[in-house]
Design a protein. Sequence first.
Length: 438
Amino acid sequence: MAGQVNSSALRVALLGCGVVGSAVARLLSEHAEDMCARVGVPLQIVGIAVRRAGRDRSDAGVDPALFTTDADDLVTRADLVVEVIGGIEPARSLILRAMAHGASVVTANKALLAQDGPTLYAAAARNGVDLYYEAAVAGAIPLLRPLRESLAGDEVRQVLGIVNGTTNYILDKMDRTGAGFDDALEQAQALGYAEADPTADVEGFDAAAKAAILASIAFHSRVAGQDVHREGITEVTSADVAAAREMDCVIKLLAICERVDDGISVRVHPAMIPRSHPLAGVGDAFNAVFVEADAAGQLMFYGRGAGGDPTASAVLGDLVAVARHRVAGGVGPGESSYADLPVRPMGEALTRYHISLEVADRPGVLARVAAAFADHDVSIETVRQRLVPADESRPESGASLVIVTHTASDAALSGTVEALHTLDVVREVTSVMRVEGA
């Protein structure tokens, strides 16, 4: 019962009782005996902080007496604090207050970690407590701990992944059914995969925060959300999806973290990838992350990246880990930022482009287009051309060009596209898409 704390138990404070929080509370109650056996002592919830006390939360399956609106007091009465409120404030202040009172913290708050992770890491180190956050990236998929611990003796070269289930569902729907972006988004919202305001997902903010966390761990350097080059999927059209299909590719929103010479490249954007690539077959709202390391080679992590129970699974895994540390009298690994590698500008990233053009149908056009690529030191890999007959909207016949480049810097490729826009023989640059994984 609330208020009757087992003297041998570790006291757990839960901040938030939404989809994830209620799943955490329910699973802690259902698996109490197993948790006790795994940790060595019972884990007992001493309070659940909520914004509104009077709301009906009978479906959470916990003692109503545990609910409180006084989160400031609650975090001072706990050994372990689970934060699933989300957002920056009051989550940050509550986490710092909990740590100052000696509590280890488990959080799923990717936005906070990407914006102000170093402050939280420093507070954890200063107070001798743990800060664990496996649930912040890719839900139930065990990813951060393998990067931080299992690959600690290796050199990670690349982390390439689908880390947002909403956008993956939308792009998968567009590929499989031919639906447009708006229709696919509407279906995602109807199924609960997308919020009423889907901006964080479709504009890439969610994936960028996760990319910052992945890059920070993989490359032992501090990477913030604002360091990540970000592009969303709102401009991806049915024509882009069809063009990818013609190349035997699919379009995915990718988080790409790479070691480059004296720094790292971290970016989020839609890209074509070959259907033969392991990530191409990741459908629906699933997540998958492809990791390449010097000694381990290529690894892939796959599973559900969101949802109450999957995310709660990751939270509880962290909770068991930090509870064991508390029982043993120690802490787990903290922040590793010794490498201090700079994040290189997007213009220096090496990639390939798929460019579709509508051009005039007359001699010398292809030579002028090719010259624009040559002027920017961009090599063309393939060119496909087809005639576009005249119609009511176009009194003159034209041609459609589809050009795929070899690898070049993003700045050179972007400069090439700008130059194409200025050519009088180019009627329209209809599509520009990066190509990855080939």
